[in-house]
Design a protein around this ligand. Structure first.
Ligand SMILES: Cc1cc2nc3c(=O)[nH]c(=O)nc-3n(C[C@H](O)[C@H](O)[C@H](O)COP(=O)(O)O)c2cc1C
Length: 383
């Protein structure tokens, strides 16, 4: 038993001593029980009390949150949980592996001088925190190994975490036309990847000065890949504008491992390509950057689609990404959708992944702590 009540109190708050044991330690007349401290001694036990109280008074007027700004997505239930222990978020099975947190690293391009640093940092974070990772477009690896070291992160991420290669649907259409789809299998083997993400980006390609043109609907190309490479695990995503209900319905009926929303609301590649091109084109086509679907809208679409009579779903997992700003958005969206889901971030992680690993580690750690507190006290309001 701890005979120093101040230490016992701190210990009880930190959680290393059960609160009940602490209260027992304070009971009067028990042999060996210290007498309660006089009030002034309790004050000494809390050395930051005076400055904290001063902070409270000074900051109170800057700390009002207007009713209109309340986050209405959740029920907040303060009575029903203790504080979560670090590491308490329940693991989940996803893509045949176990993730410790429902966070996915969305694909970001290789082929630049930063790619190796970024991919190295991201892979290390995936291993440390138990997340999955999509590589950026591996197009440059189809015909050469020059950039392989930028993408070759299997040893860093480990065998336990999902790692997916990435190609555009335009490249797959061309490979099929040339009878060269075996290059995809070789690519997956070289990267020791678990499968392939196909990105479908018609607006980006059309607006990109050096962009490709699709000769057939992307859906046909995806079906051909599934038929010709039946043992390859495939995920399909957009690149930041999401997709509407007909596209989603068609994808959910295919034997895909997952659909990744890559919704609108975050980085927008239609706008990005316009910013790279002629100002006259930017002026003319900027409205195209405003079309698309948010992740929340797509979650609602999925919930409706799975209720359709004869839905014939063959794909039962989702990566909810595109404009997901933080753990609270991710927690909300993964709880809202009625299929097993993780949430993905590209730019949100990129911001912390270009320099020292420690910056990314700290960012991801805050997100994990945030998920744990959300899980303890927040439930989703039913729509
Ligand atoms: C720098 C950068 C490069 C990207 N490169 C790819 C890519 O090669 N392949 C792909 O499928 N998506 C790519 N994306 C799109 C992202 O995977 C994601 O769908 C999009 O950025 C929206 O997510 P966000 O709002 O979290 O950034 C890239 C995004 C960024 C920011």
């Amino acid at each position: 038993m701890n005979h120093f009540p101040c230490l016992a109190l701190q210990s009880a708050i930190r959680g290393d001593m059960p609160r009940k044991q602490y209260l027992c330690s304070m009971k009067k007349n028990e042999p060996g029980t210290p007498a309660p401290l006089p009030i002034e001694a309790v004050g000494q036990d809390d050395p930051t009390a005076a400055s904290r109280k001063r902070d409270h008074i000074e900051l109170a007027f800057r700390s009002t949150v207007e009713e209109a700004k309340l986050d209405r997505r959740f029920h907040y239930e303060p009575l029903l949980s203790g504080h979560p222990a670090p590491g308490s978020f329940p693991p989940l099975r996803f893509l045949g592996k176990t993730l410790r947190i429902p966070l996915w690293v969305s694909s970001m391009t290789g082929g630049t001088e930063w790619a190796r640093t970024i991919n190295t940092n991201l892979a290390k974070a995936c291993r440390e925190f138990g997340m999955g990772m999509g590589l950026g477009s591996c197009r440059s690896l189809l015909y050469s190994d020059d950039t392989l070291p930028d993408f070759d992160v299997r040893d860093l991420i480990g065998e336990e975490q999902p790692l997916y290669a990435n190609l555009g649907v335009a490249q797959l259409e061309q490979l099929i036309a040339r009878g060269e789809l075996a290059r995809v299998t070789q690519l997956i083997a070289r990267l020791r990847a678990d499968g392939l993400i196909i990105h479908v980006n018609p607006l980006q390609e059309w607006l990109q000065p050096e962009g490709d043109r699709f000769r057939q609907p992307p859906l046909e190309t995806i079906v051909q890949v599934l038929e010709q490479l039946p043992s390859l695990g495939i995920i399909v995503k957009e690149v930041g504008q999401g997709m509407g209900p007909e596209s989603l319905r068609a994808l959910l009926r295919l034997p895909l491992q997952a659909v990744d929303f890559a919704a609108g609301g975050g980085v927008n590649f239609a706008l990005l390509e316009l910013l790279r091109s002629d100002p006259a084109l930017l002026d003319a086509f900027q409205p195209l950057a405003q079309v698309g679907h948010s992740a929340e809208e797509m979650a609602d679409m999925v919930n409706r689609l799975i209720e359709e009579p004869g839905a014939e779903l063959k794909c039962g997992q989702l990566i909810i990404s595109g404009g997901v700003r933080n753990f609270l958005d991710g927690y909300y969206l993964t709880r809202k959708v009625r299929l097993p889901a993780v949430y993905g971030q590209a730019s949100g992680l990129l911001r912390h992944a270009r320099g020292e690993y420690e910056a990314l580690r700290q960012y991801v750690e805050t997100q994990v702590r945030g998920l744990e507190i959300a899980q303890a006290y927040l439930t989703i309001k039913s729509s």
